[in-house]
Write a protein that binds this ligand. Structure first.
Ligand code: SF4
Length: 333
């Protein structure tokens, strides 16, 4: 799938509780729940605009899709499924809570043409899940993931870094657990602390302290690299650029180009690992053809970093290399 999604937000209505970080209306930028009619309108419009609908999916995001009223859920699915065909969109994807998955629900999703299911796992540490009022356990994530895979759906896991009561080590444990589960895709969301949430209150009272922005970038860069090594595709890293989010943010980690910052960090660490600390001179860095700007860094930050160390970087494409790989040819001065 490469053409993107038609996103339809189903805000908060399916949630049995309110997670510590969630201000649903702010995150989705929408307050109105969709109707079957509005789903048809959105799909019809998108189908007219789409150049290759077969590469696109209809995505119900933003809430706990399988926890909403059953009749309403099937109405929305029915409306969307009318647009999934050989000449239409390739399928439907949904995101939901791990404790809102069972065999009966998966049977319904299968019937209406759902292809991919994303679970909001957030953390694989029960204390962190409890402290953030998630209302489910790590075991729920393992159980739901296994069930989803056994039905043949594409599995996506969403994780959050920097949650209340978490640490970088705990977040890395979550990453390792996720790798063991082997989802098809992962989304990494560094916690953004929003107004009107429990986290917002804890942060403003001083009870919830976060690591620095740079440390969070380093942590997520490590995750990008590890997921890649393990053949798991990271389809998002950082919340979507949204004025609503930045206007409501009181802390945490939001940057409109967060993934780019992390990828810069990946290449910086790869280059550092191959250059002796005291090296001065020019370094020709070979990377995958489409990764030249990533290796140079966000706004050329890596080129500037190494220049301050007395190293002149010359980055070139090499078709034999894969993403997050590099080879360095040095010439001392
Ligand atoms: S389950 Fe998702 S939508 Fe519901 S309160 Fe938690 S974060 Fe928000």
């Amino acid at each position: 799938m490469s053409g993107g999604n038609i996103s339809i937000f189903v805000p908060h209505i399916g949630c049995p509780n309110m997670c510590s970080f969630c201000n649903q209306r702010t995150i989705s930028g929408e307050t109105n729940a969709p109707t079957a009619e509005s789903v048809r309108e959105v799909c019809e419009f998108a189908l007219k605009q789409a150049k290759s609908p077969q590469t696109m999916q209809i995505a119900f995001f933003g809430g706990s899709f399988t926890a909403i009223d059953r009749e309403y859920m099937t109405e929305l699915l029915e409306a969307a499924s009318g647009f999934v065909s050989d000449n239409g969109f390739s399928g439907i994807r949904i995101s939901t809570r791990p404790d809102a998955i069972n065999e009966e629900i998966l049977g319904i999703l299968m019937h209406y043409g759902v292809r991919a299911i994303e679970l909001g796992a957030q953390s694989m540490n029960d204390e962190v899940l409890l402290a953030n009022d998630r209302g489910h356990s790590a075991e729920d994530v393992r159980r739901a993931s296994a069930l989803i895979k056994s039905f043949g759906f594409e599995l996506g896991l969403q994780i959050m870094t920097g949650l209340y009561k978490s640490t970088p080590d705990i977040d890395l444990d979550t990453m390792r657990e996720v790798i063991r589960i082997k989802p098809d895709t992962v989304r990494i969301y560094p916690t953004v602390i929003l107004n009107g949430t429990k986290l917002g209150e804890l942060y403003q009272s001083g009870e919830y302290k976060t690591v620095s922005f740079d440390d969070m970038v380093k942590l997520c860069a490590k995750m990008l690299l590890e997921f890649r090594k393990n053949g798991i595709k990271v389809i998002r890293c950082g919340l979507h650029a949204s004025d609503n989010v930045s206007g409501e943010q009181v802390g945490g980690f939001y940057h409109p180009a967060f993934k780019e910052l992390c990828e810069s960090e990946v290449y910086k660490s790869l280059i550092k690992a191959q250059l002796p600390d005291d090296f001065k001179g020019s370094a020709t860095v070979l990377v995958a053809d489409d990764c030249i700007s990533k290796a140079l860094g966000h706004k050329k930050s890596n080129a500037e970093y190494f220049s301050r160390r007395g190293v002149s970087l010359n980055v070139k494409g090499d078709g034999a290399l894969d993403k997050y790989q590099c080879r360095i040819i040095t010439q001392e001065t």
